[in-house]
Ligand binder design. Structure first.
Ligand SMILES: Cc1ncc(COP(=O)(O)O)c(C=O)c1O
Length: 381
């Protein structure tokens, strides 16, 4: 198995765009994370939270991640999904964010000329890291005309004996579309039939405020890897903890070796905080999902008064969707003008691989309504 060291010399396009803005940014309408608690709010949620933090010895965390955290992660995925395979802490590895986990997975699994199927548009790393490794990316291109949805025929049209990996991300960044349990099952069966790896980027799976069928049983397949993180549905990006779950011990062993050459281990404080957050996941996710639902209502109201300029498909789940802007200017220039005039950041969808006049709308934050007033000023001026 594997691997070529992934060396990235340029910033991903969406980060490059943000960094290139010279004006001060006061708020983002494109953020992919849910509302963030303060440290105090989080620790207070747990009866013995402060004691657990104060008693923490400030040494290296275990290389694989702390055992109680990894057990909490297994339980979290059991609650969201319906796999039968008995999993425990040995099926989990923590990383410093989902990005570090994804990077390790790509290094572990992919070699030059391997084929990989990825939905586009996407979180840029999902296709960039494969391209940088010399892989052949077979994109499944989504379109607004099909409600940003794909079906199993789209995957069948791209899969072959050369396919090494299928990457899926549901709810989807940036469109807000989902892969329901039926389609997930069909993808799983296809991956098995072609004996390829299946990577489920589930970073916002818990943002399921419409109670849709998002549950899957990917973890019953020994070539499946599920990734998640503190930053998205939990809104706790300041806790730099992501993780992988898999029943495949050989892959986990290799991922651990890769981690040992990048971060070595995560911050012990972050691991303890992530454990507290996962133990309080029901409360945190319920709070965050209510904020997203309210923000969807705000945006629906906003768009009714600006239907000549904006169009959107509300997300089915997750924190993001795409908004189409009726403007003569190229969307990148329009977004730069918005940032310069109002201090409001929106990310054009071309930065995620989607052509057309779209920007990515982030619905997770509780200052959303206030930020909409800035957008209103800009389009009304
Ligand atoms: C789909 C997806 N996967 C992975 C990540 C990486 O998460 P993190 O930045 O918390 O490591 C992101 C971040 O935007 C994402 O949108």
């Amino acid at each position: 198995m594997a691997s070529k060291l992934l060396i990235q010399r340029e910033l991903p396009a969406h980060i490059q765009f943000t960094q290139s803005l010279s004006c001060p940014i006061e708020g983002s309408l494109s953020d992919s994370t849910a509302h963030s608690l303060t440290l105090e709010q989080l620790v207070q949620m747990s009866a013995n939270g402060f004691d657990k933090l104060n008693a923490l010895e400030l040494t290296y965390a275990p290389l694989k991640g702390s055992a109680p955290l990894r057990t909490a992660i297994v339980n979290f995925h059991h609650q969201l999904n319906h796999h039968q395979c008995p999993l425990n802490e040995d099926n989990v590895l923590t990383f410093c964010g989902a990005q570090e986990a994804l990077s390790a997975i790509y290094q572990c699994l992919l070699q030059p000329d391997d084929e990989i199927i990825v939905v586009t548009p996407n979180y840029p790393s999902l296709s960039n890291m494969a391209e940088k490794s010399g892989c052949i990316v077979k994109p499944i291109e989504l379109s607004a005309l099909k409600n940003w949805q794909f079906n199993i025929e789209d995957v069948k049209a791209r899969i072959s004996k050369k396919t090494k990996l299928i990457v899926i991300n549901s709810p989807h960044n940036p469109t807000g579309s989902i892969i329901d349990s039926d389609l997930a099952e069909q993808i799983l069966l296809l991956a098995k039939a072609y004996d390829c790896y299946l990577l489920a980027d589930d970073v916002s799976q818990a943002s399921n405020y419409n109670n849709l069928a998002l549950s899957h049983r990917f973890l019953d397949y020994d070539k499946a890897i599920v990734v998640s993180v503190m930053s998205k549905s939990f809104g706790l990006a300041g806790i730099r903890i992501g993780w992988v779950v898999s029943q495949n011990k050989a892959i986990l062993k290799q991922l651990l070796a890769i981690k040992s050459l990048s971060s070595i281990c995560c911050s012990a404080i972050d691991e303890r905080l992530a454990e507290i957050a996962l133990q309080q996941s029901e409360k945190i996710i319920a709070l965050n999902n209510q904020i997203i639902k309210t923000n969807i209502e705000h945006f629906n109201a906003f768009i009714q008064t600006h239907s000549d300029i904006f169009q959107w498909h509300p997300p089915q789940a997750g924190l993001l969707s795409l908004v189409e802007v009726n403007t003569e200017q190229p969307i990148e220039l329009w977004a730069r003008g918005l940032a310069e005039q109002t201090g409001l950041l929106v990310l054009p969808a071309c930065l995620f691989g989607q052509a057309g006049q779209y920007f990515r709308l982030g619905l997770g934050k509780n200052n959303f309504k206030f930020l909409l007033t800035k957008l209103d000023e800009y389009v009304s001026s």
